[in-house]
Write a protein that binds this ligand. Structure first.
Ligand SMILES: NC(=O)c1ccc[n+]([C@@H]2O[C@H](COP(=O)([O-])OP(=O)(O)OC[C@H]3O[C@@H](n4cnc5c(N)ncnc54)[C@H](OP(=O)(O)O)[C@@H]3O)[C@@H](O)[C@H]2O)c1
Length: 321
């Protein structure tokens, strides 16, 4: 399967390493890489290792359409920066790929949070696959969990600790560091959005909540419909005082169906340390689903990093293959 990759940052490069490590069993070929400031690489027969590992590619393709036409791939892999306000330009990238008969895999939650139903219908009309397992919880199964293993189960609500950056910031402050130190530590792990404000102000969590609601609850909502308050007002003193009282803070994304609507809420919640949502360390993510037939159950991912995000993308590619 030939791949046209749009965006070659932390996740793109981690995916490149994974594709190389698994190339004997899964012979994917990267025929194009397109970036914003680092140019474009094209080789219809497959890019060499040296070409893929270059720090700068050739001249940037004039448009996404020109890039996709030149790459002539079977599948577009959308890994550009999150825009939680509109989901663009990733949505336009995905439309362009479907218009060329390509499957699409993305780790970008923007399109799922803003335009899921339209993109799903477009994929269906085009007879192409559309996968996005990494958009919410890196490689840990969330969407595939329901798609493959829980027939007939309806999701009534969810509560998730889904933003690793804010957890690293809170833990850094608990250990005496400043807010900015925590953000720098998360950035060094490659897990922070290009604009870290999206993480700590709660917009990454709101986009994930909207994506979950759109896919699992047919909500047709957006991040802007969520009531959002992030962790920016926390101080090391306040966090350490809570720690002395056996409490901590988690940025929690919640969704709940009432009648025909789904309400979304993101809050920095003060929780007992023993609370399930507070129990996991470091960058760990955890989500609990409330359902009609399976009660409440969840998924947890302990200390995921960018390699787990790359795995989620890889798992989608293998499924399509
Ligand atoms: N990092 C994680 O742990 C993680 C986890 C789950 C999901 N995600 C999602 O995965 C996506 C990628 O994350 P990342 O950490 O790899 O981001 P990143 O390191 O900031 O890389 C983003 C890449 O997208 C390129 N890009 C931006 N706008 C573009 C445009 N208009 N056209 C073509 N290329 C464009 C950038 O080009 P330049 O290199 O030229 O700047 C860069 O290569 C994001 O949507 C993020 O939300 C990330």
């Amino acid at each position: 399967m030939k791949l046209a990759i749009i965006g070659w940052g932390n996740v793109g490069r981690a995916l490149g390493r994974l594709l190389r490590a698994k190339r004997r069993d899964f012979p994917f070929r990267i025929t194009g890489i397109h970036t914003l400031r680092h140019g474009t690489a094209i080789a219809p027969a497959g890019l060499s290792r040296d070409a893929i590992e270059a720090s700068n590619f050739g001249p940037r393709a004039a448009s996404i359409e020109a890039f996709l036409d030149a790459a002539a791939a079977d599948c577009a892999v959308e890994l550009t920066t999150l825009n939680p306000s509109t989901g663009e330009p990733a949505i336009a990238h995905i439309h362009a790929a479907f218009a060329r008969g390509m499957h699409v895999v993305t780790a970008n939650k923007g399109p799922i949070a803003h335009a899921y139903a339209a993109l799903r219908d477009e994929a269906h009309r085009a007879g192409r696959g559309f996968r996005f397992e990494s958009a919410v919880m890196d490689g840990a199964p969330v969407f595939n969990l329901f798609r493959h293993t829980m027939p007939a189960v309806k999701v009534l609500g969810f509560a998730g600790v889904l933003n690793s950056t804010s957890k690293v910031v809170v833990e850094t402050m608990e250990h005496g560091g400043a807010f900015e130190d925590g953000l720098a530590a998360a950035r060094a792990l490659g897990i922070t959005e290009a604009d870290g404000a999206y993480d700590v102000e709660g917009w990454d969590s709101a986009a994930k909540a909207a994506a979950l609601a759109n896919v699992l609850m047919d909500a047709r909502t957006t991040p802007q419909a969520a009531s959002v308050r992030g962790i920016t007002r926390l101080t090391p003193e306040r966090v350490q005082q809570m720690a002395r009282e056996g409490k901590t803070v988690r940025l929690v994304s919640r969704g709940r169906r009432s009648g025909n609507t789904v309400s979304l809420r993101v809050r920095a919640e003060v929780l007992d340390r023993s609370h399930l949502l507070a129990a996991t360390p470091g960058t760990s993510n955890l989500i609990l689903f409330e359902t009609d037939l399976m009660g409440t159950f969840g998924t947890v991912s302990i200390n995921p990093g960018v390699d787990q995000t790359a795995y989620g993308v890889f798992s989608d590619l293998v499924s399509l293959l």
